[in-house]
Design a protein around this ligand. Structure first.
Ligand code: GAP
Length: 552
């Protein structure tokens, strides 16, 4: 059975994974709250990343395919930084999207997100209604959430616009068109709920940074920004890290934290939010070795998602075309996932792996850099001939005391979204199968096939009945699991079949059932969520067994 976004969103709400923020007041678009299970799941995603990158990293051995051994360390920087950081980084001038407003409905759209279909009515010249428009060919945009609903919506509106009697004669020019970039096309666009085409305004730039005021006076000089990425805190602290911990280039600095972007059209559940978490690594290396490190990190990060359960057929590594690269980037690849809200064959970005060269460290030294005609980076000059946005003036170069060489390190940046990764793991885990119930009738079972490392609860302890010492024995096992740091759950309410299904639906990989035999021989049944296999295991070894399985 197909996984649809509607089913995923409904399960997230029903089982306490994700709620709309401020729901009791009607919600706030682009903001989400993680419920009791969601917070555990997302924490497990972030922990898996942090452990892999920092805690479990062995700086004395060479990881497979790495050019050499390297150190990894962490940081946790403030969300609000000195405003000059964003001027120098380019976000103040360049971190913009193009948007357009509908004069009729007063709604706002991001140009590159307009989805819809071209429709043409060949006999339009005879039609009075159409004669006042320059063309009989329109791009009907839709704000429907799913591709199926989008097609239905555009067809409905085309029928309404051209007249139902001409439906058979209408020509659908192309199946879908994404990214309506040419401004003159906007005259031919029929916006959602607009009564005629051409109601969209000329595209305008819109800076995505949230502005705030620091301090009580609140003058223009006190304006500051919520960070739109965690990366800049790492660059601003590069020297602090080099001076305080024993690291040598090549090495990496990791950070997990909130970022904020005033997205024009947040959509697709948590995929595009206005407040989200990033997991970013800035890896500093010698310029001559940077291409090898770029390849290493790109491939390693792709593998991370596979290791945690995303299927290869829904995950892709895509190298950016030259015209897609960010203002700082020499090369970038995206790790993308086929989310259910996308059309068949489309993928959405989970993580970008960018070769940023020396752009960031040099910008923070010399002032905001721009590329000249030959492709060299130089400080952008203002009308007075001085750097338009001055850097810190601090020396952020690195001195290699063994090679006796000073250089500005190049940076490789794998930048992942914790919320997007969590959403991908949720979509991948969602499964429906058919299983017989207690009466032998086939029922649809919903299960979340989370990788055990990510599952919010690892083990549910279920006494078969609420008597004969079974609850007491169950509680003892539950407490032993908890004491070993294994997220466990104790449930003695309802029939055992119902309790199993509750656990399947929240993705608990194993259920331990305490029954009559348990009291005699100190064994319990261990039920596997995916295979439904049940086997007896000794109570004395259960903590070790689960610990072993979680390490796999
Ligand atoms: N420092 C580089 C940087 O921030 P990015 O591609 O803009 O690069 C990195 O963002 C990752 O952050 C994305 O791949 C995505 O996973 C996540 N992300 C970006 N904008 C987001 C949003 N509005 N909502 C949720 N996640 C977002």
């Amino acid at each position: 059975m197909e996984t649809t976004m509607d089913k995923v969103v409904a399960l997230c709400k029903r089982r306490g994974f994700i709620f709309q923020s401020s729901e009791i007041y009607g919600g706030l678009n682009g903001f989400w709250d993680y419920g009791p299970l969601g917070v555990e799941l997302k924490r497990n995603v972030k922990d898996a990343w942090w452990r892999d990158m920092v805690t479990n990293h062995d700086e004395f051995s060479v990881p497979p395919s790495a050019p050499q051994a390297f150190a990894m360390t962490g940081l946790d920087c403030s969300i609000i930084m000195h405003p000059q950081v964003w001027k120098v980084s380019g976000h103040f001038d360049l971190f913009c999207d193009y948007m357009t407003d509908c004069r009729e409905t007063k709604r706002r759209y991001r140009i590159d997100q307009m989805r819809g279909r071209w429709v043409e009515y060949p006999r339009a010249t005879q039609d009075e209604r159409l004669s006042k428009f320059a063309t009989q060919r329109f791009f009907i945009i839709t704000d429907a959430d799913t591709p199926e609903a989008g097609i239905e919506d555009t067809a409905l509106r085309a029928r309404k616009f051209f007249g139902r009697q001409y439906e058979k004669e209408m020509k659908w020019q192309s199946e879908t068109m994404i990214g309506l970039a040419r401004t003159d096309d906007l005259r031919h666009v029929l916006a959602p709920d607009a009564s005629e085409p051409g109601t969209l305004t000329e595209p305008r730039e819109f800076n995505l940074m949230f502005k705030t005021i620091v301090g009580a006076r609140g003058g223009a000089d006190d304006a500051a920004f919520l960070r739109p990425e965690t990366a800049q805190g790492i660059f601003a602290n590069f020297k602090n890290v080099c001076d305080t911990v024993r690291v040598r280039v090549p090495f990496g600095i990791c950070q997990i934290g909130k970022s904020f972007r005033n997205e024009i059209t947040p959509r697709n559940f948590t995929f595009r939010s206005r407040e989200f978490e990033q997991m970013e690594l800035e890896f500093f290396c010698h310029p001559k070795e940077s291409r090898d490190w770029y390849t290493y990190w790109r491939d390693r990060r792709y593998q991370w998602y596979l290791n945690l359960g995303l299927k290869r057929e829904r995950l892709q590594l895509r190298d950016h075309a030259q015209d897609e690269l960010s203002h700082y980037s020499v090369g970038t690849a995206d790790i993308e996932y086929a989310f259910p809200f996308l059309e068949k064959g489309e993928f959405g970005e989970l993580e970008g792996v960018a070769h940023r060269g020396d752009f960031d460290l040099r910008s923070h030294m010399e002032g905001k850099l721009v590329r000249d005609a030959e492709g060299h980076l130089n400080p952008e000059l203002g009308p007075d001939g001085k750097p338009k946005h001055a850097g810190s003036g601090k020396d952020l170069s690195y001195f290699d005391d063994q090679a006796r060489e000073r250089f500005v390190p190049h940076v490789i940046e794998p930048s992942a979204g914790a919320d997007r990764a969590t959403l991908a793991f949720i979509c991948e885990a969602y499964t429906e199968d058919q299983q017989p119930d207690e009466k032998g009738e086939m029922q649809t079972r919903v299960l979340m096939k989370f990788h055990p490392r990510l599952a919010p609860i690892k083990v549910a302890v279920l006494p078969l009945v609420k008597k004969d010492g079974m609850p007491e024995m169950g509680l003892e096992i539950y407490r032993a699991l908890k004491a070993a740091g294994i997220a466990s759950y104790f449930d003695q309410q309802a029939a055992i079949g119902k309790r199993y299904r509750r656990q399947d639906e929240i993705g608990t990989p194993w259920c331990l059932t305490v029954d009559g035999q348990s009291l005699q021989d100190k064994t319990v049944t261990l039920r596997d969520r995916d295979t439904l296999e049940q086997r007896r295991v000794s109570v004395d070894t259960i903590v070790d067994e689960i610990t072993q399985r979680l390490r796999q």
